[in-house]
Design a binder for this molecule. Sequence first.
Ligand code: KG4
Ligand code: ZN
Length: 338
Amino acid sequence: MLVLGIETSCDDTGVALYHSTLGLMGHKLYSQTTVHAEFGGVVPELASRDHIRKLYPLLQQLLSDTATRLKDIDVIAYTAGPGLAGALLVGSSFAKSLAFALNKPAIAVHHMEGHLLAAMLSDPKPTFPFIGLLVSGGHTQFIQADSLGKYILLGETLDDAVGEAFDKTAKMMGLPYPGGPILAKLAETLPSSSFVFPRPMIDRPGLDLSFSGLKTFALNAFQAYETQDNIRADIANAFQTAVVDTLVIKCRRALEQTGIKRLVVAGGVGANHALRKNLKQLLDSLSGEIFFPEPIFCTDNGAMIAYAGCQHALQGKQDLNNIITVKPRWTLHDCHQS
Ligand code: KG4
Ligand code: ZN
């Protein structure tokens, strides 16, 4: 079964072909970073328009690189949510229209499920059950994944997502957009920091998180010591260390609480080196297993949507109506209940 995956939920246009037995046949990604850079963040209307411009040429390139004809595609999987409404509508209109024209089924995929399963694009693949740590620009969640489509929310951020906190802290210190990865690079230029930032909510039971206080802590430190040499790197290091420590503490708690010894890290912040290193150490110390998507599949991409769509198609799920809808707000734990 050959599945075309289409991702347009935010500022990346992604397309990919995943074959149920041969694996990933090819993928193409176009990042809108330069479109949004001058505004310091994603401008939803510009994102929608750029998806319209780029989606069809990207698909043509993908088909040509993989010597695939449109009629070879069996299923069209697309991100139906969560994300920016206009951006999602571009992908879903495109996917549904193509499915209608080819007389093939479409499958609506939950963006975060795509992230959660992205580690399965590489070998060795994680098996169920596992704990998913979803860390992206819009989400920070602990998910207990019992089987395909059976996800229990164990805890989540009460305010900013961790990627959002990285981005806002970077912006506040005048770092260029996109701030998260740039702040992370700067943090790595120092072995440690002269600041110690708090580890939010570690003294409270449960698995909820909070990152907006850390951002304020960083702002106060920056305003107080702005003229000090290398202050940005010093704050970046303290911020990243506090975030990573907090996530490691809560991951340990999630694993102990559920008795599951398999952790899958997903989402854009999953590309962070310090987080990967520290979580690997944690799972080694617990004799557990840890899985990360390849860095290119940590951030938004079409391959994870094609993969998730393929797994659901293999289980008989399909969307045969011709109604184009999106779900800008859509929780992962009920994404297969309706
Ligand atoms: O999953 P993703 O591509 O998009 C969403 O669905 O949100 O995640 C993007 C987020 C951004 O906030 C970005 O700053 C952050 O992931 N990010 C990082 C790193 N690479 C991307 N944050 C920290 N360290 C990184 N290396
Ligand atoms: Zn994402």
